[in-house]
Design a protein around this ligand. Structure first.
Ligand SMILES: [Zn+2]
Ligand SMILES: [Zn+2]
Length: 393
């Protein structure tokens, strides 16, 4: 009897949560040159349930301006991208390449590339790079595959966030809550599954000590619940996935305000001129992370993916968009937290050279989020380099 009452109360709580928890609108105010899109999307060409035009429609409904298609072991032909003909919408052609040590995303890869019969990760990565692709390691700590080939020079970056890998961090109870919420409030349901990919962040920080590694977020969108390659349901749908985590690319003040092609966006991703955000929590458009310093040639400023020489008085500025709920900001230098504050913005005197990046957290809204602080934004680091004769490092 008591168990029955508890179950009914639990289900009623979920129904109330699904019906009455309203998430903020996704339309924010992007900075000049900021573009928002999603990476790592599967279509019917591999294990997804949608065609390319259907995926593009969902992306436009989610107010996005680009996406990267990455079907398993096959690139989209340029003809089919052209046939979808999305005006003012950039489609980055790519492929998710299976190797002996896991998967990587080869973005900007043409369907003219042939993988051959080998599975060696180094060989395949070198080959796609020679063919003009920009390589990103996908879900490096996945359930089945752990990436081992960290020494190869042929990747530009790695997925810090991958929906599939992040969702697997939840236990059965948490997945059940999301499953029950989904029919009433799909965005809230997926938001409940958002976790911090700590292992990926730690590896990223470690790699940055020796080489530039751009961090990206992959949606790994399939819109397919499959068993033995049979699609049982179009779940979770492309639109709800595209409203969860989004890749923000920073093209700078001089970017063409009307058009940014796939090549321009891909180059910015490669440079690390980007941040990722769980926009389902609140739109992060306009999030700022810059280091400013006065140098011999005057005052200069560097954003995510950029470098700037250290000078005494250099300042890190981090700010979340106006109107967002109270955020917790963590500032890391070379992977070590140096400040943690609940605030809308902060200015921090830089203690010396290093890789500086910010993480912002917001509380889950509604009843079944239990007020849990949830990773909202993480940005590529700003690198503060020592001056040639600087011994402070
Ligand atoms: Zn994969
Ligand atoms: Zn995938």
């Amino acid at each position: 009897m008591a168990v029955g009452i508890a179950v009914v109360a639990f289900l009623l709580t979920i129904v109330c949560d699904g019906l009455f928890t309203h998430l903020p609108k996704l339309a924010g105010t992007p900075a000049p040159g900021e573009r928002i899109g999603v990476l790592h999307v599967h279509t019917k060409a591999s294990c997804g349930s949608g065609t390319l035009p259907q995926v593009i429609t969902a992306a436009k409904d989610a107010n996005l301006s680009f996406l990267a298609v990455t079907d398993h072991n096959r690139a989209m032909s340029l003809a089919s991208v052209a046939a979808a003909d999305p005006p003012e919408f950039a489609v980055i052609d790519g492929e998710e390449v299976s190797t002996s040590t896991g998967h990587f995303l080869a973005l900007g890869l043409s369907d003219a590339w042939a993988r051959g019969s080998g599975y060696d990760a180094r060989t395949l990565m070198a080959s796609t790079r020679r063919a003009g692709a920009v390589n990103f390691i996908a879900h490096p700590f996945g359930l089945r595959d752990h990436w081992h080939e960290w020494e190869t020079p042929d990747y530009a970056g790695m997925e810090i966030w991958n929906d599939d890998a992040v969702w697997r961090q939840n236990n059965a109870f948490e997945v059940a809550i999301a499953f029950l919420l989904y029919p009433m409030n799909s965005r809230l349901a997926l938001l409940r599954l958002a976790r911090t990919p700590s292992e990926n962040l730690a590896k990223w920080d470690e790699l940055q000590q020796n080489r530039h590694v751009a961090g990206i977020c992959g949606s790994d969108a399939h819109a397919a619940l499959s068993v033995d390659n049979h699609v049982l349901a179009r779940f979770p749908g492309y639109l709800s996935v595209f409203e969860l985590i989004r890749q923000h690319v920073l093209l700078g003040n001089n970017a063409d305000p009307d058009h940014a092609g796939a090549d321009v966006i891909l180059n910015a991703l490669k440079q690390g001129h980007a941040f990722c955000a769980v926009d389902a929590l609140a739109p992060s458009d306009g999030f700022t992370q810059t280091v400013s310093a006065s140098t011999s040639s005057g005052f200069s400023s560097a954003g995510p993916g950029d470098s700037i020489p250290y000078t005494p008085g250099a300042t890190l500025h981090v700010a979340v968009p106006a109107g967002t709920p109270p955020a917790t900001l963590r500032i890391l230098r070379d992977g070590h937290q140096i400040t943690k504050r609940q605030t809308q913005s902060l200015d921090l005197a830089i203690p010396g050279p290093g890789h500086y990046r910010a993480e912002a957290y917001l509380r889950q809204p509604g009843l079944t989020g239990f007020g849990r602080w949830t990773l909202w934004v993480f940005a590529n680091p700003v690198t503060v380099t020592p001056l040639p004769n600087d011994a402070s490092r």
